[in-house]
Structures are given as C-alpha cells and as structure tokens.
Design a protein around this ligand. Structure first.
Ligand code: NAD
Length: 501
C-alpha cells in the first residue's frame, strides 16, 4: 500500500483468519478513546481485520487541507474499501468543508443506514418497543451544495433529485427490508408541494415497491410522517427518504429511541463503505475517559456484518446488551434505577470483553447471522432510459431578472414590449407567486422576478429564439441572472405550472 510513512500512525492486525482490509480513522476529541475501546472489543471477540490507520480531521484541516483529508488517506480508504471513522471536529469558519459530505459524495456512499432501537428499561426512553431503521439518500437533494446569491435580496440553493439516485436508494431500502425480516417500508416526501423532484422519489418508490409483493408499503407527507414517528414509532419499521429529510428524521428517531449516544450508522456505496457513530467529537469530555464507546461499537458491528463476519458481530452484540442489563453504564446513560456501576470508556470496554460469550437475559438480540452482507451491496440496475433517443422539446423559457423597480405592472408592460415574435411574456411570478397579469397590491415583492416566455401558438422554440429574446432584454437594460428552459420529455411536461396556467 503506497501511503507515506509519516501519515501512517499505526498499522496492526486483528485476528488470524483471512483478513479483510480496513482503514481506521481515530478522529478528534473523544475519537481516539472510543476507537481504542472499540478496536479492543473487536479484537477480543475474534474479528479478523487488517487495519491501516489514517489521519483525517482537525489536524489535517489545520495543515491547510480544507477538505480535512490528504491524498494518501484517500488512497488507503479506496484500497481497503471500508472505513471505520471516529468523529471529526470541523474547525469554525475559514472555508473548511464538511469531511463527512466529501467522503460520502466522493466515494459514492449513496445509502445512509441508521437503526434506531430502544434498550428499555435499561436505557431511558418513552418508546420502549421502538425498533426503526432509517434509510437516508446520501448524495443528492439540497446537499448538492449549489448555492447562489442572485440579487440584492435573494439567495438560492438547488435541489437536485435524479432518477438513478432514487432508484439506487429505494432498491437498497427494499432489499435491506427483505433480507432483514422487516415487514413494512414507508416513504417520506413532500410531493404535494415539490411535485417534480419529490414526486419522482415517490413515483420510483411505487414502481420499485411493486416488485416486493410480500412487504407492506406506505407513503406519508414528511411533516405528518415525522409527527407520527415521534408519537408512535412502533407503527414504523423501515423509512426511506431523500437526503435532507433523512438527516432530520434520523436524528429525531435516534433521540426518541433514547439512545443518541448509542447509535451507529453505515454509509454504503457500490464499492466502498464507511461506518461511524452518529454523535460528534464531544470536545468537552475529550481525554477524560468518560465517553460512551457504544455508538462506534454499534457502527463497528454493522461493519462486521458488511464484511461477512456476522457471528463476531452477534457475539459482541450479546455481550454489549448484557453489559447494559448488568447496569454497567457510562455517565450519559446512567440512572439511579438501573446503574449499578458507573464506569469510564476503558472500564466499559473491559466489561463488554468480560461478557463475551454470555447473552442478555431480557433484551432482544437481533439475528445478525440472517443478514446477508451482499444486501449492503445490492445489484443496482439503472433503468434503461435511452437518454439519446429521449424526445425533448423546448416550449419556452423562464428568465429570472434582478429588477429593483417593485411595480409588477410596469415590468409586465416593459416585457410585453421586449417580447419577440416567437417568445411572448406569459406571466411573472415573485417568489413563486403570480404577480402579473392581474397583480394584487397585497402581494409582497422582492427584487427577483421569474418571467415566463412562451410561443404564442404553443409551438416549440429553439436556442436562437431564446438568444434573440435575451439580446432584446439586455438591450433594454433588463438584468437577467439566469434562465431555465421549459422542456417537455417524450411529450411530458418537465416544469411546474404557474397559477392559472
Ligand atoms: P456532539 O455529538 O459532539 O456532542 C453533543 C453532546 O453529546 C455533548 O454534550 C457531548 O458531551 C455528548 N456526547 C457526544 N458523544 C458522546 C459519547 N460518546 N459519550 C458521552 N457523551 C457524548 O455534538 P456537538 O457538540 O454539536 O459537536 C462537536 C463537534 O463534533 C463539532 O466540531 C462538530 O462539527 C463535530 N461533529 C462531528 C460529527 C462526525 O464526525 N460524524 C458529527 C456531529 C458533530
């Protein structure tokens, strides 16, 4: 492996069988403590791993790498294909990028899998029976990170949803549900408002869901869905949802399970995977031997299943549950009622190691052996759309203007005069609300106008027509800041209508 020696802080081997390669990043804050504790438990449980430690995070950011990762570390991760990652401290300000988002997107880790389980009565929760898996799309949506300030008053963030992206995550969710004995898959979107983007996600969910006849399927609008999840999580089994909703839903779910500090997550791609606790680097308690290593241990267990060592994961899971039952707790989960021994990070790991080989008396052990690690990498078939043959017609253009005269009547008149033979002004909206023709004086307007131009007879137009229109607008002093072509694909409208259209 070609990584510079100074960047390799440690290399060790665990176990004696064939050893899958694993990149390990200890991370920042409490990261090194919980990672050492976790690796010790893995070793004692008989995990077979060939570990390369890499440096990422705060130290690397401060060396001037704004992504928080050096090229050699990328190489090590890509070579092993699997990363177990401690939490990272992202320095404030200074243009530092989120390392998590960079790792997910660069390595194509499209699925974020977060099981949210209650461990009542040993860990306090209002929902003792909760056992829900959140499958979050991990690569697209508003996380494309394409943002612009367009006018003095208006800022924009692009929400990109793709058909292959929806197909991959939805297929993953159904395959995971099938292989793990989950009975019901629920999809959360907001397609009553975002009919094209979230509408696509919902449509793909219905299309792919029809192939899984044995599973119950349901779709909910995200707002009522999250409200119900927070109230009666026992009604849910597995939830699949786009990126931003998934980010929020998975934190809500982990929190109400009562176990934010106990949850791990898996980020799965077609050739790589990354496993981590869901919490951050907790700088306040770093170096004090206080942190709970359980979140990272849960992530490591997901990783062992992924690497085809479910029996080791089950052994660890049993010992860990027994530790919770025996009342050996770190401070964050300790209660007067159930804690018999308050311990630090190292002692907690010792307690789990001591219990390897024993099983819980009350808490349920998930049958990890039945998990098929190939589920983590389902064969994703991209729907065969003949992209080149797809008939596309341009039916008009939305021209966005930065225009500080806030009278829509005057703008409508000016754009009527600026219209060309092929492209005539049809309507103007401000923040999506129609303001011309027939504006209402009550409607609040900003300096950002969407002006829709279409052919007067509804015919298709071409680039030359659009360029001619833009030239006329420019000559008349209109500041166009962006255009969106109004296209139909195989005769199907590919843009939202304004009111009254
Ligand atoms: P945090 O998760 O680090 O801490 C939130 C609270 O939970 C704190 O009170 C902390 O002491 C406690 N806590 C967290 N993990 C614990 C554990 N294992 N045992 C016991 N208590 C624990 O969140 P934060 O304070 O918002 O963020 C701190 C830093 O972590 C920031 O720099 C942030 O950017 C980073 N962060 C990283 C990741 C990641 O790498 N995946 C995720 C979230 C936050």
């Amino acid at each position: 492996m070609n990584i510079a020696l100074e960047n390799r802080t440690e290399r060790q081997e665990i176990g004696t069988l064939t050893k899958p390669a694993l990149a390990v990043a200890y991370g920042d804050g409490i990261g090194p403590e919980i990672m050492s504790a976790t690796l010790r438990i893995l070793k004692e449980a008989g995990a077979s791993l060939d570990i390369t430690a890499i440096d990422i995070g705060e130290k690397v950011y401060k060396q001037g790498f704004t992504s928080g990762i050096r090229p050699e570390a990328w190489e090590a991760i890509r070579e092993s294909g699997v990363l177990l990652k401690g939490p990272i401290t992202t320095p404030q300000g200074g243009g530092y990028k989120s390392l998590n988002v960079t790792i997910r997107k660069s390595l194509g880790l499209y699925a974020n899998l977060r099981p949210c389980v209650a461990y009542a009565p040993f860990v306090r929760t209002r929902h003792p029976g909760m056992d829900v898996v959140i499958v979050r799309e991990n690569e697209e949506d508003l996380y494309a990170g394409i943002e612009h300030r367009q006018t003095g008053e208006v800022y924009q963030c692009l929400k990109l949803i793709t058909r292959p992206g929806c197909e991959k995550i939805v297929r993953f969710a159904f395959e995971y549900a099938r292989a793990n004995g989950r009975k019901k898959v629920t999809c959360f979107t907001k397609d009553n408002i975002m009919k094209l983007t979230d509408g696509l996600f919902h449509r793909v969910f219905d299309e792919i869901g029809s192939e899984y006849g044995e599973l119950e399927k349901d779709h909910m609008i995200i707002d009522i869905g999250v409200a119900r999840l927070a109230d009666t999580p026992e009604d849910f089994d597995l939830i699949v949802t786009p990126n931003l909703y998934g980010d929020i839903v998975s934190d809500v779910a982990a929190q109400i399970a009562g176990s934010v500090g106990l949850a791990g997550s898996a980020n799965i791609g077609e050739s790589c995977a990354m496993f981590e606790a869901i919490h951050g680097s907790a700088p306040q308690i770093a170096g004090k031997n206080q942190a709970n290593p359980s979140g990272l241990l849960q992530a490591a267990n997901q990783m062992l299943v992924h690497l085809g060592q479910p029996e080791v994961a089950t052994r660890i899971q049993k010992a860990w549950l027994r530790t919770l039952e025996d009342g050996v707790h770190t401070f964050d989960i300790s209660t007067q009622e159930h804690t018999r021994r308050l311990v630090g990070t190292d002692e907690f790991a010792d307690a789990v190691v001591e219990r390897l080989g024993s099983a819980p008396k009350q808490l349920t052990v998930r049958d990890l052996k039945s998990e098929n690690s190939s589920v983590a990498k389902p064969k994703i078939q991209r729907t065969t759309l003949d992209l080149k043959a797809l008939r596309k017609e341009t039916m008009g253009v939305d021209v966005f203007l930065h225009h500080t005269d806030l009278d829509p009547e005057r703008l409508g008149l000016g754009l009527t005069e600026a219209s060309t033979e092929q492209l005539k002004i049809k309507m103007i909206t401000n923040r999506g609300q129609k303001v011309w023709p027939n504006p209402l004086p009550e409607t609040f307007c900003t300096d950002h106008w969407r002006c829709r131009f279409v052919h007067p007879e509804g015919s298709a137009v071409n680039h030359a027509h659009i360029l001619q229109l833009l030239t006329r607008l420019s000559e008349r002093g209109y500041d166009f800041i962006k255009t969106e072509n109004l296209c139909s694909f195989a005769g199907e409208r590919g843009y939202s209508l304004g009111q009254g259209e």
